[in-house]
Design a protein around this ligand. Sequence first.
Ligand code: NDP
Ligand code: HSE
Length: 444
Amino acid sequence: MQEVNFGIIGSGTVGGGVLKAIQRNGPLMSSRLGVRLTLLKVAVKNKAKTRPVPVPASLMCTRWEEVVRDPRIHVVIEAVGGTKTAKAIVMKSLASGKVVVTANKALISAHGEEIFEAAQRYGVNFYYEAAVGGGIPIIKVLREGLVGNRINRIYGIVNGTCNYILTRMKLEGLEFDEVLKDAQRLGYAEAEPSLDVDGDDAMHKTGILASLAHGFWVNPKQIHMEGIRAISRMDIQFAERLGYTIKLLGIVKKLEKTSGPGRRRKGFVPVQVSVFPTLVPNSHVLASVNHEFNAIFMRGDVVGDTLYYGRGAGQDATASAVLSDLADAALDLKTGNMNRIPPFVPHEGEGTVLDIDEVVSRYYVRLSVVDRPGTLAKIATILGRSKIGISSVIQPEGHEGESVPLILMIHDASHAAMNRALTEIGRLPVIKAAPTMIRVETFD
Ligand code: NDP
Ligand code: HSE
């Protein structure tokens, strides 16, 4: 049987999970693959730390270079996180002819193109199944399962921490901060949790999905991103009364050539790539994806609608995806074909991320207004002047005081038009707080 040796750098939530899973299922994987998988080294920062998954002393080291430089090691699993040390680990490993496996979406988002180019140059592979969707094999779905499709739509709940927070705020009426602490304790959140709640993590993942689906590398700076910090329990409750659930959605929509500044260019493919809290109709399957679960809804031109669901964060789900990459790396080495599944294949010619100002959607708007005759007329006049149509107006009963909530449901409008109108509305003396605007998705 062929031998494949590997090392893990980092033994926190993810690295510890991989260690635990390989101890449990390593022999099973070896017999399935016909490759003996042997873990030779685990690098950590602090050797003295007590770990829920203990690292055998015979494997532990404190310098990542010891893993990367070990000539016996064929595969390096990077589970450190961040972009600086992680990039050095990945680039040095590839340069040493080692296959690299990572769960690090921040790294791929920031340096993916450079890493893919290096993998090709050094003739080794780079795997990142755990970077999107936790335990859901979504990278394999896009690269292999749906290779015969043009992908027209992706709607993803891709951040477990945000989904966990929004779910508990809705089901238990809890406050944001209380729930975030639990997400951290359970190992769902990033070391820097603002990456979760401000939308960066979902943006990194959505960018990776968009790039794979459309074959041009999406610059993260072009992805419009809003997090969940501004979502209040009040909005969650009003949305519920209107028949919606608020979810943080990563959206990748291929649009008609008639939109976008490059529309006259040959081969131009305008694609909306965005991350923001969204009102999802309760009748849609994504509305019932709860807690740390992720789900990715994809529409291919041949297959139609498909849905992928599973745990999107946490130790075991992520470990499962890392093991799948380890298996692919082992098969590369077994077959001697290091290009079996290239990390990224450019295709579909020219794609362009559509400017958020041009993105059209429906909206939920919550205003805090003085309860006085004429208020609604002033607001409607501004919207009317901007050619923005109101589909319904709700002034919920039971609110008293200097200001009361007023909910407007808005027909299709561009982001630019809505922003302009809400800025003007926000300046009216009858408006008592900054307007809240959340997009409503129709999944057309
Ligand atoms: P943790 O903070 O739990 O673990 C990081 C590990 O890296 C620790 O074991 C730490 O050592 C080690 N480390 C840090 N610096 C060094 C260094 N210079 N040399 C050697 N080891 C070092 O992070 P996670 O496991 O949560 O995340 C790791 C990666 O996985 C990130 O990219 C994250 O985005 C990604 N990810 C996380 C998921 C999750 O659910 N948590 C899911 C999917 C992806 P020590 O223990 O000694 O401090
Ligand atoms: N912090 C990430 C999340 C981990 O909550 O989804 C999984 O990528």
